[in-house]
Ligand binder design. Structure first.
Ligand code: CU
Length: 482
């Protein structure tokens, strides 16, 4: 066993240009003490480089597929972005390199266009993704996004091997707030992984069948390091926390009992800060928190994950128990010009005029005659089929119903969502805002509203427990011309 708090917290390299080039390649990544781990990476590191860009500025990223041919085609999804369908990381269909799908009903003989294969990143090839960072005629809201692979049937395998990186969109409103910035604005990517005795990633994917296909790995990494430490000053910090684990949630708290004040979700700043003693984060969810170390000068403070209070814990909601990392707080008293504004970002106007009658229902179930798969509205994923056709420029209310005994983590591409209710009850303060990835507990019914702007085309909706997504829990909607 590696010892905790020996490694320094790595901060991924930042890329800030309008035209970026990122090789997707194998690399020997130092993670555990001793031998490095051979991984599939964006740019040679895990996490990949963090892209930091101003909202409203077009950004073109060319990914070069330099992984072995046996990996097959790839596809890159900028998670949280509001992007054209063709640059959204469509999963694609069957190809000679991936001739059959065990869990998804992909028809044979689809054209490249019908299956989305014309949008894939081929081995040895490159593809440029264009992100305008605009929404509804205005620059996108500042937000903490991330990019990762999204290939049909192989998303879990590809992300497990390292294909994930962070992406930060900044804007003027956020820049005008007196929040911590620079070295006191730190992205934290949490990922669990299991290693063999040679420090290589294990293969947890064989013989995994729904509903027992969730992968909980042994060790927890923060920014690719095992239980690292980070030196901080006795001042306020902003942490942008992202869970990229395949299945595992974390119920975060600080060992000294200090509050984490949540200021943001997947969709950027909330209307106002919300104090949290514990903060549950499922796969692909993000939380931005402000922590004030002023009262902890000279102390060691651990970021930990523990059991939830006052909640049942069905499969899919059992948090990791233990420390994730340590903050070593400097003893010196320092002035702090930052503060927590009472107001952050108001909700967009459309959230005030939404229907409480769902126009579309998504029901999650499990079934199948010859094999068990996850299902949405009774079907597995078929890249040629769309199950809803919202009109461009409209706002719709949708419901998501979980008819299984496992919790799921539903992520809807293309836009952000305003949660209206859980089982008919108004959401808690930390969900009374925009989000795009939601826990859906067993037998629960979520009501949410979203606005379809700018782009027609197909977008996926799926569970972000990555093995559920690969095993059928995904479908699509197609935004159409009015
Ligand atoms: Cu799921």
């Amino acid at each position: 066993m590696a010892e905790p708090f020996r490694a320094r917290l790595p901060i991924p390299e930042e890329l800030t240009g309008a035209r970026l080039s990122i090789p997707v390649r194998e690399a020997e990544v130092p993670i555990m003490p001793g031998a490095p781990t051979r991984m599939w990476t964006y740019g040679g590191t895990f996490p990949g480089p963090t892209v930091r860009r101003p909202a409203g500025r077009r950004t073109e990223v060319t990914f070069h597929h330099e992984l072995p041919r046996s990996v097959g085609e790839l596809t890159v999804h900028l998670h949280g972005g509001h992007n054209r369908s063709q640059f959204d990381g469509q999963p694609g269909g069957l190809t000679p390199a991936h001739a059959r799908s065990f869990f998804c009903d992909v028809p044979r003989g689809l054209s490249a266009r019908q299956s989305g294969n014309d949008l894939l990143l081929e081995p040895g090839g490159k593809r440029t993704y264009v992100y305008d960072l605009m929404e509804d005629g205005r620059p996108e809201r500042a937000a903490f996004q991330w990019y990762h692979d999204h290939r049909l049937d192989h998303t879990s395998r590809n992300v497990w091997h390292g294909l994930a990186g962070m992406w930060i969109v900044e804007d003027e409103l956020e820049g005008s707030l007196p929040l911590p910035r620079g070295e006191r604005d730190i992205p934290l990517m949490i990922a669990d992984r299991s290693f063999d005795r040679h420090n290589q990633l294990t293969d947890p994917f064989t013989n995994r069948r729904p509903p027992n296909d969730g992968i909980n790995a042994r060790d927890v990494l923060v920014n690719g390091a095992y239980m690292p430490y980070h030196r901080v000053t006795a001042q306020r910090y902003r942490f942008r926390i992202l869970n990229v684990s395949q299945f595992r949630p974390y119920n975060l708290y600080l060992s000294n009992g200090a509050p984490m004040v949540q200021i943001g979700t997947e969709s950027g700043l909330m209307p106002r800060p919300v104090g949290r003693r514990e903060l549950m984060l499922g796969p692909a969810e993000r939380a931005e928190v402000v922590v004030d170390f002023a009262g902890a000068g000279g102390e060691m403070v651990e970021l930990r994950s523990g059991p939830r209070h006052g909640a049942r814990n069905p499969l899919g909601t059992r948090p990791y128990i233990g420390a994730l990392m340590q903050f070593r707080v400097g003893a010196r008293r320092l002035p702090d010009r930052t503060r927590l504004p009472r107001q952050l970002r108001p909700l967009p106007a459309w959230t005030q005029h939404v229907s409480d009658k769902p126009k579309q229902s998504w029901e999650i179930s499990i079934g199948g005659l010859f094999k068990t798969t996850w299902l949405i509205n009774g079907k597995t994923f078929n890249p040629a089929r769309a199950d809803a056709h919202p009109k461009l420029g409209t706002t719709e209310t949708w419901e998501i119903v979980n008819r299984t005994d496992v919790a799921h983590m539903m992520h809807i591409h293309a836009t952000d969502w305003y949660l209206l209710s859980r089982n008919g009850k108004p959401p808690p303060a930390w969900e009374d805002c925009l989000k795009e990835t939601f826990f859906v507990y067993p037998r629960e019914r979520l009501l949410l509203a979203g606005r379809f702007s700018d782009y027609t085309g197909k977008f996926v909706i799926h569970c972000h427990m990555l093995d559920h997504e690969d095993h059928g829990l995904m479908t699509q909607f197609e935004v159409t011309k009015p």
